[in-house]
Each structure stands twice: as structure tokens, then as C-alpha cells.
Design a protein around this ligand. Structure first.
Ligand code: GLA
Length: 381
């Protein structure tokens, strides 16, 4: 990303230059809504990121400027100092979560901007959190481990934004490595890097341009459904702490004790846990047809059981299938945003052209296309 504008705005507002930090957005090949169920996810960082210039000010106040919005905010670092603007609450939340962990920080000046599309399911908010968590850890020499930086971002969502998210987005943003996807076990927090360079295929995101921003209560409700199913199963099987530990047979035992909705939600998750493992196995064999097949199955589950798709995303998924795309599904939390598509090189141009014209004809809006470039995580520039 070009940082000239950040640099010049920073100079205009605060004089002396600061240091640039960046953290990326993410994709996820498969394993959706599995993170808070203690199971596997398979994300990677992308080449779209947040960038912030930061300079410690020696005061106890933060002065922040959001370049993309042309808005500024100023706030202190005590709990009662929470700013009004939602974008500033992300920065404030990160500061507070660092302090809660004993990190001694003071005020700073910052200008930030990003090219992670907002509301597209590519984790622009995690990119923002990770940028500030990483930067403050670096500038104040706090010595916080990378995994804890990711948890600081997640706790910011929980405590200052109200989204009870899992760890995937912040993890991918902090830990990303160019050319590699990361399989994370969200129960043990063990992870493995997997080089991802499928010869003859590409990953393409199709952004429905339906924003998913108002989805936080629906997201939290999904999580509650999973917890209700676990609570019922755990009465008979106390070893079950997460849906990851449960089987379809266990879920069926409690079918009459939970709502129909909770049953559907849980059955999606149990199926998704298996699909991630099947995809890992297929990737090891270079079997991209199976990978793609599992992606379609995930879409079906997210649409019909978890009910986090929407008409536009279902349309894009159907279109991908009709045109012979190897795999396609709604990516991220859902309720709008992107589909992720595994597509053969030779089909790429035709698919983009058809998806664009047919989506426009049906919805009167132009979808956006992003080639996935798997990139590095949080860093100083
Ligand atoms: C959002 C959350 C993640 C994860 C995904 C769905 O991106 O922030 O923790 O639950 O949805 O996989």
C-alpha cells in the first residue's frame, strides 16, 4: 500500500514523523465458525492491510486520525475514556487490553489507513487491532508473545465492540506468512504452516458488495446456539467441552432437548470440523477436486443449516457451480461479503466476465474481484 498520504497527513497534524506498522486482512480456505467451537481453521493473510504511522507522545492521551474517513478522535487510556466513534474504540480497546495484561503504555499520535475492504468478510477490524497491538508491543518493548497479541485483538472485539468472535482473524493477521496457509487447532492453539501453491488453480474472492456490518448480534446468536448444544450433550458426555468434541450421534441423543434451530446450527459445525480434516488430507495429495467439493459442502451448510449466507452469495455460489468452478463458498462470518473460489486458470477470465454481467443484471450492483495473494502478517515497515 502506498503510504505517502499517511506520511503527509501525519506530518501536517503532528510534525515529527513516527514509525509505520502494518497488519493484513485474511482469507480462510475452509473451517468457518469452527474457531469458537474449539476446532480447526485454515486461514492465510492477504496483501490487503491496515497501515498506521505512530509516534509515542509522552502524554497520557491518544490522538488518532482515520485517513479513509477523514475523522479524528482523542481519548485517554482509562476505562471511562472510551471514545464515541466505533473505529476509535478498536484502538482504545487494544490499549485497554494491553493494560489489563500489565503492559505499561502511554499516549501516542497516529494516522492510519487501509485497503482491506470494509464489511467484505476479510477482517478489516482484526487488521486494525493487530496493527496497534503489534505496534504498541514493539514501541514499548512489552515482550508480549504473538499469540497473546492475537488474543488482545479478540478481547477487544469481545469487550469493546460486542462481537464474541473466535481467534481466527487476529491469529491470521498476526501470524501470516507469504505463500502459506496456516492450520490452527483452536483448542490446543497448535498451528502448522502449509505452503499453498496449487498448480493450475487460483483463489479468487468475489465480493457481493453486500455489507455484513450489522451482523454482530446474529453472529453472537450462532455462538449461543453452539453453546446450548454443548451444554445439553455435556450432561451425558461430560468430556465434551466444545462441539469439536461431539459426534453426530451425540447430537442426535439430545435432539429433543434443544431447539430445532440449535440442532441445525450444531450439525453444521460438526460437519465442518470433519470437512477441514478432509481438506487437509486432500491437499497433501494434491487432490483439488476434493478440496473444491468440500468448499461447496461448506457453502451448503452455511446457507441451509447455519443460515449465514444471503441471496446474493447463494447466487454467486450457484453461478460458480454452473460454470464449473472447482470450489466456492461464502467466506468468513457471512451475512454478506465475499465468496472464496478455487478456480482453474483456464476458467478464470470467463468466470469473472460472466459473474460480473450476470450479477449486475440481477442485482444492479457490480461485484468486486480480488485475487488472493497470501502474504506476511503484522510487521514494522
Ligand atoms: C468472523 C470471526 C471469526 C470466525 C469467522 C467465521 O470472521 O471473527 O472468529 O468465527 O467469523 O469462521
Amino acid at each position: 500500500m502506498d503510504t505517502t498520504q499517511i506520511r503527509s497527513k501525519f506530518a501536517e497534524l503532528y510534525g515529527e514523523p513516527g514509525i509505520l506498522f502494518t497488519s493484513p486482512g485474511r482469507i480462510n480456505l475452509i473451517g468457518e465458525h469452527t474457531d469458537y467451537n474449539g476446532a480447526f481453521v485454515f486461514p492465510g493473510a492477504v496483501d490487503k492491510a491496515m497501515v498506521a504511522e505512530i509516534r509515542l507522545s509522552g502524554t497520557d492521551r491518544v490522538r488518532a486520525y482515520a485517513l479513509d474517513l477523514g475523522e479524528s478522535a482523542e481519548f485517554g487510556l482509562r476505562e471511562e475514556d472510551a471514545p464515541e466513534q466505533s473505529w476509535a474504540r478498536y484502538i482504545f480497546g487494544v490499549c485497554r487490553e494491553i493494560q489489563k495484561r500489565g503492559g505499561k503504555i502511554g499516549g501516542f499520535d497516529t494516522v492510519f489507513a487501509g485497503d482491506v475492504p470494509l464489511g467484505a468478510g476479510m477482517s478489516s477490524s482484526a487488521a486494525l487491532e493487530s496493527t496497534f497491538a503489534f505496534a504498541l508491543n514493539d514501541l514499548y518493548h512489552l515482550g508480549i508473545e504473538k499469540m497473546e497479541l492475537a488474543k488482545i485483538g479478540q478481547a477487544t472485539e469481545h469487550n469493546y465492540i460486542g462481537v464474541k468472535c473466535g481467534i481466527m482473524d487476529q491469529f491470521a493477521s498476526v501470524f501470516g506468512q507469504a505463500g502459506k496457509l496456516i492450520r490452527l487447532d483452536c483448542k490446543s492453539m497448535e498451528y502448522e504452516y502449509h505452503p499453498f501453491d496449487p498448480k493450475g488453480y487460483r483463489l479468487l474472492l468475489v465480493d457481493s458488495v453486500v455489507k455484513h456490518e450489522l451482523a454482530s448480534s446474529a453472529y453472537n446468536k450462532r455462538r449461543e446456539s453452539c453453546e446450548a448444544a454443548v451444554a445439553a450433550i455435556a450432561k451425558r458426555h461430560p468430556e465434551v467441552k466444545f462441539l469439536r468434541d461431539a459426534s453426530f450421534a451425540m447430537l442426535d441423543e439430545v435432539k429433543a432437548e434443544i431447539s430445532e434451530e440449535d440442532y441445525k446450527r450444531a450439525s453444521y459445525v460438526i460437519g465442518e470440523v470433519d470437512r477441514v480434516l478432509a481438506v487437509c488430507e486432500a491437499l497433501d495429495k494434491g487432490d483439488y477436486e476434493t478440496v473444491g467439493q468440500k468448499m461447496y459442502e461448506t457453502h451448503h451448510g452455511m446457507s441451509k443449516l447455519y443460515e449465514v449466507s444471503c441471496e446474493e452469495l447463494d447466487f454467486l455460489n450457484d453461478l460458480a457451480k454452473e460454470l464449473g468452478v472447482t470450489g466456492s463458498r461464502v467466506m468468513g462470518g457471512g451475512f454478506g461479503g465475499c465468496t472464496i473460489n478455487l478456480i482453474k486458470d483456464e476458467l478464470y477470465d470467463r468466470f469473472v466476465a460472466e459473474a460480473k454481467s450476470r450479477y449486475e443484471a440481477k442485482y444492479g450492483r457490480t461485484p468486486k474481484f480480488y485475487d488472493v495473494v497470501i502474504s506476511d502478517g503484522s510487521r514494522r515497515l
